[in-house]
Design a protein around this ligand. Structure first.
Ligand SMILES: [Fe+2]
Ligand SMILES: [Fe+2]
Length: 436
């Protein structure tokens, strides 16, 4: 075994496995419920040794505990299960399940514990084992998300018929979507918006990579790698977002110079994604890359609707989002000392400021073309309370000096960058509205 692979933090090896099977995830855990289903194999003992093949479906009403990334979500809801025993009999169970997500940050493996309580019925196996009702108890340990590994232990206490022999079952299965939903992820710069909401590209783990020579303990290194991988995914999401912007600008007949600037911004985001991936990979000792997603399909009913949507997105994602991304990058740069991190942050700070400036130009164009409807929509957006930043900023845990050297802000600093951007943008935006 090489020294490089020995140095791979176990949490990151697990992250790699999780990332390999990860699917595009909703960026925010805003949904108040989650649906989760899966298949499993089981072995039962007690009344008779039985091999089982089963399927399980559960719905969960979620209680978000407010921890970073939506980690720690708790929930409760119904479940239903069917198992085929020894290819001859059936066991059916239904009841209430409830538990909690136990992940603490992104680099940690998604992990949850779920308890089950309910009724169960087993069909007839033989003359000695006729059909029987029972009380169902279970606990399911789920790892990874959204394709999860389930390890379960269940017990049945007979409530009817003979014999009175409790039954135990161990199971292993594959589940789709954790019972406690997706975790939220921070968004840097222009988010990729689809009809279903903001989407963050999945990450791919492509094999071992050279480890960055830095004096960091394992936990800090892993947390920093996770934070930079999140940034790479967000930057990569900006690529199709700008492609869609260029297409939509062309479709509403915007000047060619605006379309060209959107395409130039796309090129910037390709560089940002590569820079951030390189930093994440060298911290992880593992080649980590975000996957490029296609642009969302055009979905505006007509030109007027397109102008209103583009004006609001220019305001929120460009003037505010990319303006704040530039402000955060400037603040990060002030504390960063790692040479590669400084180079990346310098580039991001400069480019994101230009993307925010592009946002202002798109907004001006939409205001000029869209008339009253656009003015009113944008006026409402500017008059309202400060919107929440897209995604949560999560402080990377670890020695402060080290996380700062690698470009990470404290939550208060990130919030200050957002507030400052919001105040300045609202002032400029209101002036622009009056002029329009
Ligand atoms: Fe960017
Ligand atoms: Fe950007």
């Amino acid at each position: 075994m090489s020294s490089r692979s020995r140095a791979l933090p176990p949490a990151l090896a697990a992250l790699g496995v999780a990332a390999l099977v990860s699917l595009p995830g909703q960026a925010r855990a805003d949904e108040p419920y989650a649906i989760s289903g899966g298949v499993f194999m089981s072995l039962s003992f007690g009344q008779q040794l039985a091999f089982g093949l089963g399927a399980d479906l559960r719905a969960t009403a979620l209680l978000n505990t407010g921890r970073p990334y939506g980690a720690g979500n708790m929930g409760l809801g119904p479940f239903a299960q069917a198992t085929w025993l020894n290819f001859s009999a059936g066991r059916f169970a239904a009841g209430i399940h409830g538990g909690s997500d136990l992940s603490d940050d992104f680099v940690d493996v998604d992990h949850s514990i779920d308890g089950e309580l309910g009724w169960t019925y087993r069909t007839r196996i033989s003359d000695e084992l006729p059909g029987q009702h029972g009380f169902h108890l279970g606990v399911v340990n789920t790892l990874f998300n959204p394709v999860c590994l389930d390890i379960s232990a269940r017990a049945v206490i007979p409530l009817s018929g003979e014999p009175f022999a409790p039954e135990g079952t161990f199971g292993v299965g594959l589940r789709f979507f954790s019972p406690f939903g997706f975790q939220s992820r921070p968004i840097d710069g222009r988010p990729l918006r689809t009809a279903e909401g903001v989407v963050l590209p999945p990450a791919l783990a492509l094999g071992p990579a050279a480890m960055r020579p830095a004096r960091l303990d394992r936990a800090t290194r892993a947390a920093l790698a996770g934070a930079w991988l999140d940034s790479a995914r967000a930057e990569c999401g900006s690529i199709p977002a700008f492609l869609a912007l260029a297409r939509d600008l062309a479709a509403v007949g915007a000047p060619a110079s605006l379309v060209a600037r959107a395409l130039a911004a796309l090129g910037d985001e390709v560089r940002h994604a590569a820079r951030c991936s390189e930093i994440a990979s060298s911290l992880a000792g593992w080649r980590l890359r975000p996957a490029l997603l296609p642009p969302p399909p055009a979905r505006d009913a007509d030109r007027r609707a397109a102008l209103v949507r583009m004006a609001l997105e220019a305001w929120h994602d460009g003037c505010l989002g990319e303006g704040a991304a530039a402000a955060r990058a400037r603040r990060s740069l002030a504390g960063a000392s790692d040479a590669g991190v400084r180079a990346a942050l310098g580039e991001v700070a400069r480019d994101e400021a230009q993307h925010a400036e592009l946002g202002w130009r798109v907004l001006a164009y939409c205001l000029a073309e869209g008339g009253r409807e656009v003015r009113e929509a944008v006026g409402d957006a500017m008059a309202g309370p400060a919107p929440a930043p897209p995604g949560d900023h999560v402080e990377v845990e670890g020695e402060r000096k080290e996380t700062q050297a690698f470009g990470q802000l404290r939550r208060a600093q990130a919030d200050a960058a957002w507030d400052e951007t919001w105040a300045a943008a609202r002032r400029d935006g209101e002036r622009m509205l009056v002029a329009a």
